[in-house]
Design a binder for this molecule. Structure first.
Ligand SMILES: Cc1cc2nc3c(=O)[nH]c(=O)nc-3n(C[C@H](O)[C@H](O)[C@H](O)COP(=O)(O)OP(=O)(O)OC[C@H]3O[C@@H](n4cnc5c(N)ncnc54)[C@H](O)[C@@H]3O)c2cc1C
Length: 437
C-alpha cells in the first residue's frame, strides 16, 4: 500500500520555484551574430557569458526551454569545495594520479572561492551560508576510509575537514543512523533558484542576450565562423560553448557518448514544529553520506522544512514514485519525522563521466564544460568561468579539468538503458556493506 505521505497541497514541482519559476520572459531575439554562442542556459552557460562580458566579449546564451529549466534551479543547493571530486555514481572514488589529484582539489577549492566572490560582487540574494557539511559514514569501514582522505583534502583544498566519532555524532545530526562521519567546514548552502536568478540578472545588466526557447538544432563550420541554427533563427559565431550537462543530446554525439545522464530526486516537507525543525541539524550544515546511492539533505533557507534528496531511482520517474522512497530514507535517518507530509517532490538530471571527473576542453573545435558528477553548483559555475577566460586568453595557468582526455566507452553510445539495473545492483551493495560491518 502507498503510504499517505502527500500533503493536501502537494505539488510535483521544485520547492525552489516558489521563489523563482523558470520562465521564457519576453523572448529576446536571437542575434544574427555574436563573438561566442553558448548552448545551454544553466549555471555553466550563464557564468561563461558573464565572464565573457567582463572581458567585453559579446556572447549569446541559447537555451532550449524556459530559463533555468535544467538542473540549476532543481538541485539541493549544497556547495562544496572538492570533497566529491573523483566520486562516481557507483560510489567508488577513483584513484587520480599523484600530483593531479592535488591540482584538482586546489581548483575545486578555487571554485568555492569563485562562487563566494560572485555572490558578493553581484549582490546575489540567495541565502548563501557557509556552515559546512557533515558526511555520514554509512558503514563502519567507511569511517576509516574517510579518515584517510582528510590530510589531502585539508592540504590541497583547505577544507577544514575533521572526523566526528559516533559518540559525538549528535552534535551534528539528531540521529544515530551513521557510524560517525566527516565534517567539511569549507562548504556552504544556498537557494539554487535564487542563485540562478541572480546570475541571470547579472548577465542581463551587462547586455548579454539570453534567449529562451531557442533550442540549438545544428552547428556547422562555415569558413572561419560557426553557423549555429536554432529553432528561432541562426547565429554566426567565432566560438561555441556546449554547456548542456545532464541534458546533452544528439546535437553533439561525441559529447553525448561521454556523459551518462542520471536522475536525482528531492522532496520538501511541510513546515515542521519550530523546536523539531531546529533540533534536526543543529549546526545548520548540509548533510550527505558515503552510500553508493547516496542521500543529501538540509533544512530550507527559512529553517522550517527538511529538503531531502537522493537517487531514489537512477532514471526520471514520477514524483509519486520517488517521494515515498525518499520519505522512507528520511525517516530511517530521522524517525521523529514519521507522519510528516511532503509538499513538493521533483527531479532533474545530472551528468556523470566515465572517470568521475568534471571536464572542460575542446571537441571538434567546440568548447565544452560538462560532467558535474552530481556536484555542480560551484563546479559548473567555475568551468564556465574558466572556459570564458580561456576564450578571452586571460588565463595564466591551465585548469586541471581542461584536458584532451575525456573518456568514452566502446559499449556506450549515449543511451543509458542500463541505469535501472545498475541502480538496483548498487543499492544491494549498499545493503551488504551495512550488514557486513
Ligand atoms: C535533483 C538534483 C540535486 C542536485 N543537488 C546538488 C547539490 O546539492 N549540490 C551541487 O553542487 N550540485 C547539485 N546538483 C547538480 C547541479 O544542479 C548541476 O551540476 C548544475 O546545475 C549543472 O549546471 P549546468 O549549467 O551545467 O547544466 P543545467 O543547469 O542542467 O543546464 C543545461 C541546459 O542545457 C539546455 N540544453 C540542452 N540541450 C540544448 C540545446 N540543444 N539547445 C539549447 N539548450 C539546450 C537544457 O535545457 C538545460 O537548461 C543537483 C542536481 C539535481 C538534478
Amino acid at each position: 500500500m502507498v503510504p499517505d505521505i502527500f500533503h493536501r497541497e502537494f505539488t510535483p514541482s521544485p520547492y525552489w520555484w516558489e521563489a523563482y519559476t523558470p520562465t521564457a520572459g519576453d523572448l529576446v531575439e536571437v542575434p544574427k551574430s555574436a563573438r561566442v554562442a553558448i548552448v545551454g542556459g544553466g549555471y555553466a552557460g550563464l557564468s561563461t557569458a558573464l565572464e565573457l562580458a567582463r572581458h567585453r566579449i559579446d556572447a549569446v546564451v541559447l537555451e532550449a526551454n524556459e530559463l533555468g529549466s535544467g538542473a540549476s534551479t532543481r538541485n539541493g543547493g549544497a556547495v562544496s569545495g572538492g570533497v566529491n571530486v573523483g566520486k562516481s555514481f557507483t560510489g567508488r572514488t577513483f584513484e587520480i594520479e599523484p600530483g593531479r589529484a592535488e591540482q584538482m582539489l586546489s581548483d575545486a577549492s578555487d571554485a568555492f572561492a569563485l562562487i563566494d566572490r560572485l555572490i558578493s560582487e553581484e549582490e546575489i540574494d540567495c541565502f548563501w551560508e557557509k556552515h559546512g557539511r557533515f558526511v555520514g559514514a554509512w558503514a563502519k569501514k567507511h569511517f576509516a576510509a574517510q579518515a584517510q582522505r582528510l590530510a589531502m583534502l585539508n592540504a590541497a583544498a583547505q577544507s577544514g575537514a575533521y572526523m566526528v566519532p559516533r559518540e559525538r555524532q549528535r552534535e551534528e545530526i539528531a540521529s544515530d543512523y551513521y557510524f560517525g562521519g566527516m565534517v567539511v567546514e569549507r562548504s556552504g548552502k544556498l537557494h539554487p533558484a535564487l542563485y540562478y536568478k541572480g546570475l541571470l540578472e547579472a548577465c542581463r545588466r551587462r547586455g548579454v542576450a539570453v534567449c529562451a526557447k531557442a533550442a540549438v538544432e545544428r552547428i556547422e563550420r562555415a569558413s572561419a565562423e560557426w553557423r549555429v541554427e536554432t529553432r528561432r533563427g541562426n547565429v554566426s559565431a567565432g566560438d561555441v560553448v556546449i554547456a548542456t550537462n545532464g541534458y546533452t543530446g544528439n546535437l553533439t554525439p561525441a559529447l553525448k557518448r561521454r556523459v551518462v545522464p542520471l536522475a536525482s530526486h528531492i522532496i520538501a516537507t511541510e513546515e515542521l514544529p519550530e523546536d523539531l525543525a531546529r533540533s534536526l541539524i543543529p549546526k545548520e550544515r548540509t548533510l550527505s553520506d558515503t552510500k553508493r546511492v547516496l542521500c543529501y539533505y538540509r533544512m530550507s533557507p527559512d529553517g522550517k522544512r527538511m529538503v531531502f534528496g537522493g537517487r531514489a531511482r537512477f532514471t526520471q520517474v514520477d514524483p509519486t514514485v520517488s517521494a515515498p522512497i525518499l520519505h522512507r530514507y528520511m525517516t530511517e535517518r530521522f524517525p521523529q519525522l514519521r507522519g510528516v507530509k511532503v509538499t513538493h517532490a521533483w527531479t532533474g538530471n545530472v551528468a556523470f563521466t566515465l572517470d568521475a571527473l568534471p571536464h572542460m576542453g575542446e571537441s571538434d573545435g567546440l568548447h565544452y564544460c560538462l560532467g558535474c558528477n552530481g556536484s555542480g553548483v560551484a563546479m559548473m559555475t567555475y568551468l564556465g568561468w574558466q572556459t570564458a577566460r580561456k576564450i578571452a586568453r586571460a588565463v595564466n595557468y591551465a585548469c586541471s579539468f581542461d584536458t584532451s582526455d575525456f573518456p568514452d566507452h566502446l559499449l556506450y553510445s549515449g543511451n543509458p538503458w542500463f541505469l535501472p539495473v545498475v541502480g538496483s545492483y548498487y543499492r544491494l551493495r549498499d545493503s551488504l556493506d551495512r550488514l557486513l560491518v
